[in-house]
Design a protein around this ligand. Structure first.
Ligand SMILES: Cc1cc2nc3c(=O)[nH]c(=O)nc-3n(C[C@H](O)[C@H](O)[C@H](O)COP(=O)(O)OP(=O)(O)OC[C@H]3O[C@@H](n4cnc5c(N)ncnc54)[C@H](O)[C@@H]3O)c2cc1C
Length: 550
């Protein structure tokens, strides 16, 4: 089976125009990717169309945690706890390279130790309900041990802490590796192609699809259409006159990134904001990110901006937990904002709305799925396929998706050979690509291809070429934001290397000088939406002015 290449995209566009599919999925975030993989593994013919890039919506802008569902226990949603805990184990099995253990530390403050006792009871119940393995159960720390574990934590009235493990992932990569697995199972997937019309009914659905690069429109045919468009679910539903379904309540969540030396935490510390919402620090290599907010959102969906007010909420919470750190906007090196596609619940505030997914089937055979979590995407996909099977008059046993590894997930078959690749880069490639790291190594022509594109930038020409040749990256942002995560974690550095990366991508894809400049300018605008709130002159603006001459 050929890889996930530019020629694959062209071929798949042709196949989408020529063939009739059992299932056509609209949206290439984690929800759509999961449905495509599940359907293909069950032997259905399936196509997937993504308007921009895979994971370019919410699925690259989450907190990147694979939760066991402790939070749902507080809300009394026991079924959700069990499902999240089970799926956390499944993901560890099928994507070990994308589920690093992250130790959560919950400090308890108060005049007495009653809070520690309460937390112990809650976590014991969670360990039981979630059938947590012996090695992953919670521990309770005394005040002294808590301060030894996190020395910069505010000590005033600290009574103790609880520590328990969750997993941290790379959300965009989870989408890509799910889609690659779907592709290997026979799914026909394309990015940068938008569904702009939805016609037909019953077993004869017709989707008008527009290719973003040629602007050409064609008709794709399917017996069942799955609307997995995340924040755009209502917009896609409106293309289909007969489709009732969930109405979304969008809420925005932002994250800010600091250098680890500026925010020296060893754990995912659970902090309480002034309004009692829990926020986290998440250490990730040389960075620590902090999130998140949860506020109703009604603006443009494509590039939600981080505002000074969003940032202030995070700074205020950080100051309450780490009062001697004195963090300011000048310490922020990266940021992102995402939109939760929650199902509207009358009278409920953003934080009270359930994270449960909801599936609606229209008389015209449009299956709409909204809500849900990254963590439970595989189970959501099973439910969608189970809803599709009666419409297709088919049966197909479930089960393979919980054991078949995602792309890169077969660590027993790790194929990185020493060769040309420096050891430090081999380690990075293994962490990012898992068992597919050997595929990246095979593409480098010489040692110079592995040199970092700039000081402190963990990205080389070889990796950029791999993103284009083997991971269907078609734009500068596809490379800098989702194949690599530089745009999120080191936004200004990403801007500084943008012209170089644009030249590399352009050489692969045959871009003109104008196209290169336009890509750099568009990328700089996206970065500005993340860091513009700081109100300082940044390289982001300079790069936009310089274009490829920088
Ligand atoms: C701030 C924040 C933090 C979060 N943290 C976590 C966490 O730690 N753990 C967790 O489990 N979950 C978390 N979540 C939830 C999780 O990220 C989302 O539930 C999930 O990513 C939603 O994925 P999706 O595929 O439904 O939507 P999206 O990822 O938005 O995908 C929808 C896709 O559909 C495409 N599309 C739209 N219209 C069309 C069209 N007409 N034609 C073709 N394609 C179209 C879009 O371009 C988009 O790529 C978080 C969410 C947010 C916002």
């Amino acid at each position: 089976m050929p890889g996930f290449e530019p020629t694959t995209r062209t071929r798949n566009l042709g196949r989408l125009a020529a063939e009739a599919f059992d299932l056509l999925v609209v949206g290439g975030g984690i929800t759509g990717a999961g449905v495509a993989r599940e359907a293909a593994l069950r032997g259905l013919t399936v196509g997937l169309v993504e308007a921009r890039d895979f994971a370019s919506g919410t699925s690259s802008r989450s907190s990147k945690l694979i939760h066991g569902g402790l939070r749902y226990l507080e809300q009394g949603e026991i079924a959700l706890v069990r499902e999240a805990a089970t799926e956390r184990k499944v993901l560890r099995r099928i994507a070990p390279h994308l589920t690093d253990t992250a130790l959560m530390l919950v400090p308890v403050y108060g005049r007495t130790s009653a809070g520690v006792y309460k937390l112990r009871v809650g976590l014991s119940l969670f360990d039981k309900l979630a059938a947590v393995d012996a090695g992953e159960r919670h521990r309770i720390l005394s005040r002294t041990d808590a301060l030894a574990a996190e020395p910069r934590l505010n000590a005033d009235r600290l009574q103790g802490a609880a520590v328990y493990p969750e997993y941290v992932t790379d959300d965009a990569r989870l989408v890509l590796d799910t889609l690659k697995a779907a592709h290997h199972a026979g799914a026909v997937v394309v990015n940068h192609a938008q569904v702009v019309g939805l016609g037909g009914r019953g077993a004869e659905r017709r989707l008008e699809v527009r290719d973003a690069f040629s602007d050409a429109t064609f008709t794709a045919r399917a017996r069942v259409v799955v609307n997995a468009a995340g924040p755009w679910v209502d917009a896609v539903r409106r293309l289909d006159v007969e489709a009732p379904g969930p109405v979304l309540h969008l809420t925005k969540g932002i994250h800010l990134v600091f250098r680890a030396e500026d925010l020296p935490v060893r754990h995912c510390v659970v902090m309480r904001a002034r309004d009692r919402r829990p926020l986290f620090t998440v250490p990730r290599g040389p960075y620590v990110y902090v999130g998140t907010t949860d506020t109703s959102y009604e603006g443009a969906l494509e590039e939600p901006a981080v505002t000074a007010e969003d940032a202030e909420y995070l700074f205020d919470t950080l100051a309450r937990s780490f009062s001697d750190l004195h963090l300011t906007s000048g310490h922020v090196v990266g940021a992102w904002a995402g939109l939760r596609p929650l199902v509207h619940e009358e009278g409920r505030s953003p934080s009270e709305i359930s994270r449960k997914d909801e599936i609606a089937v229209s008389p015209s055979s449009l299956i709409t799925i909204a809500g849900g979590k990254l963590t439970t995407y595989r189970r959501m996909a099973e439910r969608v396929v189970e809803a599709a099977l009666p419409l297709l008059h088919r049966t197909a046993p479930a089960g393979r998706s919980e054991s078949e590894p995602l792309a890169g997930g077969n660590l027993a078959a790790d194929s990185v050979t020493a060769g040309l690749v420096p050891a430090e880069i081999r380690a990075r490639l293994r962490a990012v690509h898992g068992s597919d790291a050997g595929e990246v190594c095979a593409l480098a022509e010489d040692l110079a291809s592995w040199e970092p594109l700039a000081a402190d930038v963990p990205l080389s020409a070889a990796e950029v070429r791999h993103a284009v040749r083997r991971e269907m990256a078609c734009t500068l942002a596809d490379v800098l934001e989702r194949r690599s995560r530089l745009a999120l974690f080191a936004t200004e550095r990403a801007c500084a290397v943008a012209p170089k990366v644009a030249a590399l991508v352009g050489a692969e894809l045959g871009w003109s000088a104008e196209r290169r400049d336009a890509e750099v300018a568009a990328f700089a605008r996206q970065c500005e939406a993340r860091l513009g709130w700081r109100g300082v002159t940044s390289p982001v603006a300079c790069v936009a002015a310089l274009g490829t001459r920088a």
